[in-house]
Design a protein around this ligand. Structure first.
Ligand SMILES: [Mg+2]
Length: 336
């Protein structure tokens, strides 16, 4: 947490950015992000781009970011493939055979930590599984045999779906589900919402005070909570203000803001809690919001979170036109 008056960026020594919904939407950068990241670099704050996708090499991710005018180096990209390789290296002797169900990028990470990537089950000490568009029955079959023979099983991530321009496609979690069905086993998970990826990203920057930044409560924020890392939720992606009011304790961020421009604001101002400019009262069935000088919808949201998380109430009734406009801006349907 911050000391008085420090900006959010100045309170931490590395920013762990989620990608889709936080830095870009598909092929388009989110407006203002390139400037924000440039500002962090100028201030000497480390930046890591943290992705659950194990199919792309760090260099490819960095290149696509540079294509959007966002400064990025391969060393600043942390993938779930790297985190999975780290988990394997901590549990296996050097040179142990690891069945790869995944892309060449995953194979490279496994080799880079001194383990032997293989494609057949015989004598394998572990199985590692990450997203790869080429994964087929033969790959799953080798993994199945190794896991049934007692091999350690590590999944890069367990997202059930993969967002694409054509819609949601089967993600690594769906392929993991196939092996769960075939083996009755459970994998160790390296990516979000588990902790290892946050730790490998922080260590790679030689940092000790990370801030995780993302758009999803169930992966970015849940993972940060599991890893014991402070987090900022932004509303440029999947999760909505209504989701946040209803968030369980394991999915509540340290800070919330509309977008990444918040990194330049005082950290204390971004914490959910009572706000000078808004009054929120807890009624029998609803929260009641009144303006006390502010029009800022995100200030209202911080005040609403504070009361919603204590009371369990998520319905909100505006008491004046200013509150009604702020609720509308947050996409919160006012209760009559
Ligand atoms: Mg995201």
């Amino acid at each position: 947490m911050a000391t008085d008056g420090d900006t959010l960026a100045a309170t931490y020594d590395v920013m762990l950015f989620d990608l889709d919904g936080t830095v870009y939407h598909g092929p388009e950068p989110i407006p203002g992000v390139a400037e924000v990241i440039r500002g962090l670099r100028d201030a000497g704050t480390a930046v890591r781009f943290v992705t659950n996708n194990a199919s792309r090499a760090p260099g490819d991710v960095a290149e696509s970011l540079r294509g959007m005018d966002i400064d990025a180096d391969a060393a600043e990209v942390s993938t779930s493939a790297q985190a999975a390789a780290k988990v394997l290296s901590e549990r296996l002797p050097r040179g142990a055979k690891v069945v790869i169900i995944g892309a060449p990028a995953l194979e490279n990470e496994v080799a880079a930590v001194g383990l032997e990537p293989v494609r057949a089950a015989e004598n394998a000490a572990a199985v590692v599984q990450g997203h790869w568009a080429e994964t087929g029955w033969k790959h799953l079959a080798e993994g199945c045999l190794a896991i049934r023979a007692g091999a350690l099983w590590v999944a890069c991530n367990v997202d059930a779906t993969l967002p694409t321009e054509r819609g949601l496609l089967p993600g690594n979690g769906s392929m993991v589900a196939a092996l769960k069905a075939a083996t009755g086993a459970e994998p160790v998970v390296a990516g979000k919402p588990e902790a290892p990826l946050f730790h490998t990203a922080t260590q790679s920057a030689n940092a000790s005070k990370p801030l995780a930044i993302g758009d999803r409560l169930d992966t970015d924020i849940a993972g940060a909570v599991t890893a014991g890392v402070d987090s900022l939720l932004v509303f440029t992606g999947v999760s909505t203000p209504a989701d946040l009011l209803a968030a369980k304790t394991t999915e509540r961020p340290t800070y919330l803001a509309a977008d990444l421009e918040a990194l330049d604001q005082p950290a204390d101002d971004l914490v959910p809690g009572p706000q000078k400019g808004w009054q929120v009262d807890v009624g029998e069935h609803t929260l009641r919001a009144s303006a006390k000088g502010s029009k800022d919808p995100y200030e209202l949201l911080r005040a609403l979170c504070h009361e919603a998380w204590q009371s369990g109430l998520t319905a909100v009734k505006p008491q004046d036109d200013v509150a009604a406009a702020a609720l509308a801006a947050l996409g919160l349907t006012p209760t009559a």
